[in-house]
Ligand binder design. Structure first.
Ligand SMILES: Cc1cc2nc3c(=O)[nH]c(=O)nc-3n(C[C@H](O)[C@H](O)[C@H](O)COP(=O)(O)O)c2cc1C
Ligand code: SF4
Length: 485
């Protein structure tokens, strides 16, 4: 039977569990930190001395923990890239921007168990010789910022932060920095610019890899809230034990955000790869199925920028069995195990862990128009393909949903979406804004063409003024179709 495996959310939502430090301490809080700070250098048989910090970093590497912010990059590997020889300070930034539409998992940790995040951050900071760390929290989380500031004050009062933490000689300060509510502030280099007090224009990589040239041009680690909370459990359990959770290369637990047309939307913590999309949507332990009488139409498996799956879509996957042999398998998209690698192999991604379920009542053209409006609004505007492309796509979709579309708009949308990603932009927003358009239009092309064709037929008589919605629209010019083709 599929079920939740609550590790990070173990205490969250239990009656009487509160975000204050006394409650956290009663539940064993800060014990892992206490043990980590007491670690001694270890001498290996070959005479090499491994410092406590290196031992902690090794545990994280062994755990196979992958970032929960979107890209699923190895946490241990990211830490190994940090330039430790520059002589500059090393910074840790907790990315609490949580701005991917459909995602609401970090909020559960921030609001309900802030000390768990702080303990994870202190451990990560100690392991990486960090003495100053930041939590960059999205502007809309007003209450979250207050809760964190209260938790930081409590941790400092109990000597888990500040000077000479628990008598170890280690000093660390953590500050909360509130964003102003822009999606691009979640992108790590845009976030760093914003933290420096500037407009959040993402930086180009290379050379601005945060591990080398991050905050104030110093080596910087940027990790997601859930990743840092997981670090606490990796150190508590040991890397090898943590790696037993989940599946090979997709270890541990992750919090999935289920929204849209399901009976039981919400957040569920699962072992990575141990639960399928079908179970997450239909099992009574999770989504509990669709509303009465409705059929599944589509699933967005990893936040607004993930490519959509169409109901009934068959996916061909190469999979390696326990004997190491590779076989090819054809699966219904619902039977994909929810992990990092399988969803990428299936042409999408688990991204920020946000599963958005769409039933047959969904107007797919309107759904994409909604997503595209978001991306057009949030592009930072530095790169021409992204700045102009997001607006052109949003305008074409607005035409289609407001009675002014054309049958060619489906191809027009693909033409634009195919020309934004692929190294033409500074940051991955270029991909993020294109993937929904590419996948929605390719997988539901009939609906886009039909919408445009229906309008074209209707346009033999001129549209009445009141047939066009008067929603405010972006003002840049849309190129003529002929020029775009
Ligand atoms: C447009 C865009 C928005 C992003 N938004 C977030 C976000 O809200 N929260 C987050 O943790 N990561 C976000 N990311 C990913 C971060 O750039 C970064 O990879 C992540 O914080 C690293 O943490 P992790 O390795 O622990 O996942 C975003 C990336 C892009 C391209
Ligand atoms: S891809 Fe878009 S969001 Fe990213 S830097 Fe370029 S214009 Fe800004």
């Amino acid at each position: 039977m599929p079920s939740e495996h609550r590790l990070i959310l173990k205490h969250v939502d239990q009656p009487g569990y509160t975000p204050d430090i006394q409650c956290y301490l009663r539940h064993g809080g800060y014990e892992t930190l206490r043990k980590a700070l007491a670690l001694q250098p270890k001498t290996l048989p070959d005479g090499r001395v491994v410092s406590p910090q290196e031992q902690l970093r090794e545990e994280v590497m062994k755990s196979g923990l992958r970032g929960r912010g979107g890209a699923g990059f190895s946490c241990g590997l990211k830490w190994s890239f940090v330039d430790r020889r520059s002589g500059k300070p090393i910074y840790l930034i907790c990315n609490a921007d949580e701005s991917e539409p459909g995602t609401f998992k970090d909020k559960q940790i921030l609001y309900k168990d802030p000390h768990q995040l702080l303990e994870g951050m202190i451990l990560a900071s100690y392991a990486n010789d960090v003495h100053l760390a930041y939590i960059y929290i999205r502007g809309e989380f007003v209450e979250g910022a207050k809760i964190l500031n209260r938790a930081i004050a409590e941790a400092r009062a109990n000597n888990f932060l500040g000077k000479n933490i628990l008598g170890s000689g280690y000093d660390l300060e953590i500050y909360v920095h509130r964003g102003a509510g822009a999606y691009i502030c979640g992108e790590e280099t845009g976030l760093i610019e914003s933290l420096e007090g500037k407009r959040p224009y993402p930086r180009i990589k290379p050379p601005y890899f945060p591990a080398v040239l991050g905050l104030y041009m110093c080596p910087t680690i940027v990790n997601n809230v859930e990743t840092l909370a997981a670090v606490k459990h990796v150190i508590a359990m040991g890397g090898a034990e943590y790696a037993k959770l989940g599946t090979p290369n997709n270890t541990g637990t992750r919090i999935v955000c289920l929204s849209g047309h399901v009976r039981r939307p919400g957040y569920y913590e699962i072992e990575v790869g141990k639960v399928t999309l079908r179970e997450l949507i239909f099992d009574p332990a999770f989504g509990g199925g669709l509303p009465d009488g409705r059929q599944l139409k589509a699933v967005i498996p990893g936040g607004a920028s993930a490519k959509v799956f169409r109901a009934g879509e068959r996916i061909r996957l190469k999979r390696r069995g326990p004997d190491g042999r590779e076989t090819e398998q054809e699966l219904d998209m619902l039977d994909l195990p929810y992990d990092f690698d399988t969803l990428v192999a299936a042409g999408s991604m688990s991204g920020s862990g946000a599963i958005i379920v769409l039933d047959d009542s969904t107007d797919i053209v309107a759904a994409l128009a909604n997503l595209s409006d978001f991306f057009a609004h949030e592009s930072c505007g530095q790169c021409t393909p992204c700045r102009e492309g997001t607006l052109w796509m949003a305008k074409a979709l607005h035409r289609l949903t407001h009675g002014q579309g054309r049958a060619e708009d489906a191809d027009y949308l693909l033409h634009i979406a195919d020309n934004i990603p692929g190294g033409r932009t500074i940051c991955a927003f270029g991909e993020a804004c294109s993937w929904p358009v590419q996948s929605f239009v390719r997988k539901f092309k009939d609906e886009f063409i039909a919408r445009g064709a229906a309008v074209a037929a209707k346009q033999t008589t001129p549209l009445a003024e009141n047939e066009v919605a008067a929603a405010p629209r972006p003002q840049t010019a849309t190129p003529p179709l002929a020029a775009a083709h």
